[in-house]
Design a protein around this ligand. Structure first.
Ligand SMILES: [Zn+2]
Length: 59
């Protein structure tokens, strides 16, 4: 699985909708809840990873 497919989201975003994209492939729209612990969530359809921006800056 490619880990380059990452999308940064705002810190106040806790629920993400994903329906894929042209690169990863389209899929039905689903809702993903960001984990409180790591501020990130991965789409189980296309493998895209969503990370809250404050979590990115910390690293
Ligand atoms: Zn997806």
């Amino acid at each position: 699985m490619k880990i380059s497919n990452i999308k940064i989201v705002k810190d106040n975003i806790t629920t993400i909708t994903c329906s894929g994209d042209a690169v990863s492939g389209r899929h039905p729209q689903i809702f993903l809840k960001v984990n409180d612990e790591d501020g990130a969530v991965e789409c189980y359809y296309c493998g895209k990873r969503f990370i809250q921006e404050s979590m990115v800056k910390k690293k």
